[in-house]
Design a protein around this ligand. Structure first.
Ligand SMILES: [Zn+2]
Length: 76
């Protein structure tokens, strides 16, 4: 679960990018926070840098890592 202190810096939006499950190694077009849909592990990802590989963490029972966008950093 992403934590925050001041809600004035957050805006809830509807966008298809938040609905997609991304594979390890996928290159995000924006910087943001991604969450593993199987275990809830969260990562910060930088625009243009691949998401962590399949061996980033393990699931028991085994399941593939699938990342889902939960927050985007708006860069100016
Ligand atoms: Zn996981």
């Amino acid at each position: 679960m992403v934590l925050y202190n001041d809600a004035k810096y957050l805006t809830q939006v509807e966008h298809n990018n938040f609905q997609q499950e991304r594979s390890p190694g996928w290159v995000p077009p924006d910087s943001g926070i991604y969450r593993c849909v199987h275990c809830g592990d969260e990562i910060a990802a930088n625009k243009g840098n691949p998401l962590p590989p399949q061996n980033h963490h393990q699931h028991n029972p085994p399941a593939p890592i699938r990342w889902k966008l939960v927050a985007v950093a708006v860069q100016k």
